[in-house]
Structures are given as structure tokens and as C-alpha cells.
Design a protein around this ligand. Structure first.
Ligand SMILES: [Zn+2]
Length: 292
């Protein structure tokens, strides 16, 4: 039996009830004693406690007062309300803080803290992109009890956008087809992945991405797992497929390389927090416990 991907960071199930999303509920009136997450895109300013980053509690550090924008209540962790706010790029961490970047392969945070950072980032992104109406430009207000915003002018209701993307492990006996993007850590390889296009089923998107990125065809495409990926709002839908034919021809506009690797000699792989690694760990081996 394959272990579930629901424990992957950013999936709400991974908290096992420790975090409850705000879902448009009324924000508390003050922030005393609450968790306050300060970030700029994928860079977070965390309190440095015994060498480990922690979300500061209680108040905005004096050095950042007046510099934190779009403060939003995004949920409750272990009964403590959580807020997230943004600062301009390049703001120096105040004394006692560290800058933590959620870059692939460099994540040192616990799964809970990583998930909180991601969800806080997603919440501030939605605030920053929904304060005015995308149709008429008027100001919006929160819809009571929901995540959406309503336009004060044309009354258009606007909800957070989720972007589905497919990610596929291609297997052929005792080897797997992996890809590499130029900006990844040296020597690291991952899976074929890409966004679903308008009008596409998930399956059609997977076949298209495989054809475009690596030039091969596959059969027996099967769904295995999914992971919410809040940078800013992706839903990664994981598949495995069996190689059917064609020569590997990487699309060099997207990839630096694509090649077959023997399962017994895999390169550096994406981190444990990612669905790519989950799929590789559970489905790469044709006779392994995770084989479909
Ligand atoms: Zn409007």
C-alpha cells in the first residue's frame, strides 16, 4: 500500500488539524500574542531561535513598523491566530531575525513551518491582487464567510485562482526519464511538468507536456497523488506513465537536459517536501511497494 501524499507540506491534511484556514472568517481585532509572518515573495523574515527559524509572535518588530503591508489573517495554528504581511524586496532582517528563502533544495524549515510560510504567502498574494476589481477597477471588499472579494462598483465576485499543473514520472523497466532546468541546483534532475492549458483534461495536458518537453510518447498514464503548491497558487497533479516510444529530445527553451537514469543510480533529486520526490520514492521501481 502506498503511503498517502496528503502528508506533503502545503496540503492542509499535512497539519492533521493543527492549522485551520481562515476561510473569510472575521479577523481578530488585535494581534497580541499572534503569529506574524513577514515575507516578500519567497523570502521570509523569521525569528532566529537557537539557530532555527520561527514565526515571530506578538507584534511587528520595531524596525519594520510602517514597512509591512497587506497584513491578512490567514488561519489559526495550534489555536494561535496567524497573520501574514509583505515588505519591500531587499528589506534587511531586524536584529534577531534571519532571512529564509523557500528555494527548491534549500529548505531547512520543519514541514509545519514550511506549510505556514507557503499559505501565508498565498494569502498575501491574493490580497495584493484582489483589492480592486479585475473587470471595472473599483475597490473590492471581502465576501462574508468566504475567501472571495466583491466589487463595490459592478458587484463582480472574484475568487482566488488555482492553477492546475501536471507532473509525470516516465518509467521504462529499470530506468526513468528525468529532466533538468538550468536554474536548479547543480546536478539535480526532476520530472516532466507543466501547466494545464484552457480546454485540456489533465491527461491531455500530461501527454502534451511529455511530447513537448522530451519528445517521447507514453502509455498507461495513471494519477497517483496531488500537492497544493502556494507559489503562488498551483495544484500539482502527479501521474506515472510507461514509455511507449520515441527518442528523447529535450526542449531546450525550457530544459537544460533530459535523459534516462537507471533506478539504481539516480542523480540528485528534488527535496522530500515535493510531490516530484514523493512520486520518485514511491513509484520509480517497477517492482517496488509503490508500483501500480
Ligand atoms: Zn467591478
Amino acid at each position: 500500500m502506498v503511503s498517502s501524499a496528503s502528508h506533503l507540506p502545503f496540503n492542509l491534511e499535512s497539519f492533521e488539524g493543527r492549522f485551520v484556514p481562515a476561510n473569510g472568517s472575521a479577523a481578530p481585532v488585535d494581534r497580541e500574542g499572534h503569529l506574524i509572518l513577514i515575507q516578500n515573495q519567497d523570502i521570509f523574515l523569521l525569528e532566529n531561535r537557537d539557530g532555527a527559524g520561527r514565526i515571530p509572535r506578538g507584534s511587528i518588530p520595531p524596525a519594520l513598523i510602517g514597512r509591512v503591508e497587506s497584513i491578512v489573517h490567514f488561519g489559526t495554528y495550534l489555536g494561535v491566530p496567524c497573520w501574514a504581511g509583505t515588505v519591500e524586496p531587499g528589506v534587511e532582517p531586524p536584529t534577531g531575525f534571519v532571512r529564509e528563502r523557500l528555494a527548491p533544495g534549500q529548505i531547512r524549515l520543519s514541514d509545519d513551518l514550511l506549510s505556514l510560510c507557503g499559505l501565508g504567502q498565498q494569502a498575501t498574494y491574493w490580497e495584493a491582487t484582489s483589492w480592486h476589481c479585475p473587470r471595472c477597477g473599483e475597490q473590492t471588499v471581502s465576501i462574508r464567510g468566504e475567501r472571495g472579494k466583491r466589487c463595490l462598483g459592478c458587484k463582480y465576485d472574484h475568487y482566488p485562482h488555482l492553477h492546475p499543473a501536471v507532473i509525470v514520472l516516465i518509467r521504462d523497466g529499470d530506468r526513468v526519464l528525468l529532466t533538468r532546468k538550468s536554474f536548479w541546483a547543480k546536478g539535480r534532475y526532476g520530472l516532466v511538468a507543466g501547466f494545464v492549458d484552457i480546454g485540456e483534461s489533465l491527461e491531455a495536458a500530461a501527454h502534451r507536456e511529455i511530447r513537448e518537453e522530451v519528445g517521447v510518447t507514453v502509455r498507461d498514464l495513471q494519477y497517483v497523488a496531488s500537492q497544493y503548491w502556494p507559489f503562488p497558487s498551483q495544484l500539482m497533479v502527479g501521474f506515472v506513465a510507461t514509455y511507449a516510444g520515441g527518442e528523447v529530445r529535450p526542449d531546450h527553451t525550457e530544459l537544460e537536459d533530459a535523459r534516462w537514469f537507471p533506478i539504481a543510480d539516480l542523480p540528485d533529486l528534488p527535496g522530500q517536501h515535493s510531490i516530484a520526490r514523493f512520486i520518485l520514492d514511491h513509484y520509480a521501481r517497477p517492482n517496488g511497494a509503490g508500483t501500480l
